[in-house]
Write a protein that binds this ligand. Sequence first.
Ligand code: SF4
Length: 99
Amino acid sequence: MTPPRTLRVDRIACTGRGLCSELLPELIDLDEWGYPILKDRTVPDRLRAHTRRAVAACPRLALHVDDGLGRRAQRARGLTVRVSGRPRGRATTGMGGRR
Ligand code: SF4
């Protein structure tokens, strides 16, 4: 049995334009300021394609779907990409020079 897929919103990244609610009204409502409210975090199989489309369309990359696996298992399956905080190398001053 596969673990259930769950929907998650990064409330820091979300700007509250509501595109996700238009693409996935079965699972997402909007509050009075236009921020998403999840009606149900569990994604039913019949809505998987719509959920993927809503996640891909989020302009702030604030909508996520978790497959119920741990991070290590996701990495092993190539489902996540590790993102480091900043590129390696020397820090620059931002004015064309290096320190
Ligand atoms: S589409 Fe993304 S940024 Fe827009 S309201 Fe939904 S989660 Fe927030």
